[in-house]
Design a binder for this molecule. Sequence first.
Ligand SMILES: [Zn+2]
Length: 441
Amino acid sequence: MTAPATSPASADTLDLTTEIARDLIRFDTTNYGEGRSNGETDAAEYVAEKLRALGLAPELFDSEPGRTSVVARVPGRDRSTGALVVHGHLDVVPADPANWSVDPFGGEIKDGMLWGRGAVDMKNMDAMILASLTDVLDQGGQPERDLIIAFFADEEAGGVFGSHHLVDTRPDLFAGATEAISEVGGYSISIGGERAYLLQTGEKALIWLKLVAHGPAGHGSRLVTDNAITRLAEAVAKVGRRQWPIRLTNTTRQLLSEIARILGVEPQSMGPDELALATGTASGFIQASLRTTMNPTVLQAGYKHNVIPDRAEALIDVRSLPGEEDAVLAELAELVGPDIEIVVMHRDVGLETEFAGPLIDRIVQTLDTHDPGAPVLPYLMPAGTDNKALSKLGIKGYGFAPLKLPANLDFPALFHGVDERVPLDALVFGRTVLTDLLTTY
Ligand SMILES: [Zn+2]
């Protein structure tokens, strides 16, 4: 088929996955956090239409005006086995066009890649889900077990208006579900020149908190010893400088020993950070999974050069190892001292699942079919996903958005990064692997 001369990458020549991902990127579903968002409704209507075209009956749910999530159930051949939730989120984090080399919401295709906010996190997987579902249902086909297809709003702000809202108000939508797959796992990395896939089998806990310092307001020329900004700055520096000790969990211990095996060294001969660094581009994720992290992310205080404000605030993004949340909060309180108020704005559980069982076996076998010999390694994701909300229903969640990537692409840096982009052939790979998995599991 001949494409129009003006558009070398027209829909005619694109794989369905790329076409859907590009369309989704063009909906600016920016989520600014703290309830401010451009909304997901247009993108939700779009995916609902795709699901309807497959003969499914998607339901749309608005937790707030504009905050739309979509859920559809696909009946499987064997309805007695546990259903699999296959989910993605429709929102994206903000993108400042001034930093980008392309329009972040243009869905541009160049250099064999699709560019735009969401190309990695996670309109790529949203598209892979829809394209593979098209393949599975093609000509009257059926998945092996019931699939619950969900596209959530608000993941980038903790899922309050998306996954948590649906899990809390409509748990019946997920009846019979035992497992889930979604984002931030399944992509390939390079270890010692060998391609390997990271499968996400756990997530750190998250605590978003605010530090508040109070002090007397007054003229900027006064002699003041309890200036709120000074006190806050001291506390923020202590938090930001604190080095949390390494503590290995089952997942990270297994991951490090697998890295050592691939490198051909004794696990004890290299330290955990050293082994993590051997994963190259993925080392940022992996090093952060070995300990608690606390990053100051926002500072707010003052309104005039010669006025001392009575209050100063800092936002801190805390990611603790699963189960250590309360101990970490207690240690933080000690670190900042009694004069600093700590306000927890949002917190969510950590998760850790065994790297074993029929779904893991199926995933490993499927990847081996499509990329023979490449090992699959478990990892603990330092950030969070909608799997946290689903875990409230006892659903075990994994990060599996399969992408076979070139070794020179720093893929982990593209999550929330500038010039977010994904290779077109990786999208086709993901569609093929997911189709295979959903047909046979
Ligand atoms: Zn995401």
